[in-house]
Design a protein around this ligand. Structure first.
Ligand SMILES: Nc1ncnc2c1ncn2[C@@H]1O[C@H](COP(=O)(O)OP(=O)(O)OP(=O)(O)O)[C@@H](O)[C@H]1O
Ligand SMILES: [Mg+2]
Length: 158
């Protein structure tokens, strides 16, 4: 199923993250794609607070640590693959261990997730419309959520 939402503010996007959290049952991957500043981390704040495992302000764009873990009644990982360039980089994150036990795993720059898993996934694609307006597409399928951003777009940020 594909759903499309228009967010008018960061708070709106956080609210959408909270709503999405209510639909998540571990094990599940939340694959976030979309250009720089489209709101992936903002949505992750809503998901983490909605799941009741952390506060919004604890969810930040990782600088050195690429994997943040939140823990309460369930384990929630926030992974940012922005700096991941190849499979070797991905391996250093030890995501196989993360995927060893049921959890909610939120992945930013999900198009760089080359590790295959049979975990169910929700794909969320975020796009700038204008100003503070974002289009947020949620689907059970990658292609339906918008498909991977072009490589050139991913490179712009690198
Ligand atoms: N409707 C909106 N939804 C989400 N963020 C918004 C919205 N309007 C404005 N913003 C602002 O846009 C920025 C989004 O930043 P955020 O870090 O969430 O993006 P990102 O997709 O994670 O970027 P990056 O690719 O660098 O990880 C924030 O400063 C936020 O306040
Ligand atoms: Mg981010």
């Amino acid at each position: 199923m594909r759903s499309e939402f228009i967010s008018q503010s960061a708070d709106d996007t956080i609210g959408m993250g909270r709503n999405l959290a209510a639909r998540l049952t571990p094990p599940v991957l939340v694959m976030l794609s979309g250009e720089l500043g489209s709101g992936k981390t903002t949505l992750a704040k809503g998901i983490v607070s909605g799941l009741g495992v952390g506060r919004e302000e604890e969810v930040t764009s990782p600088t050195f640590t690429l994997v943040h873990v939140f823990h309460n009644h369930c384990r929630v990982y926030h992974v940012d693959l922005y700096r991941v360039e190849d499979f070797h980089d991905l391996e250093t994150l030890a995501l196989e261990d993360v995927l060893g036990e049921p959890a909610v795993v939120i992945v930013e720059w999900a198009e760089r997730m080359t590790l295959r898993t049979d975990w169910p996934a929700v794909y969320v694609h975020l796009e700038h419309v204008d100003g503070d307006t974002r289009r947020i597409t949620i689907s059970d399928f990658w292609e339906e959520a918008a498909g991977p951003p072009s490589l050139s777009q991913a490179k712009e940020k690198a």
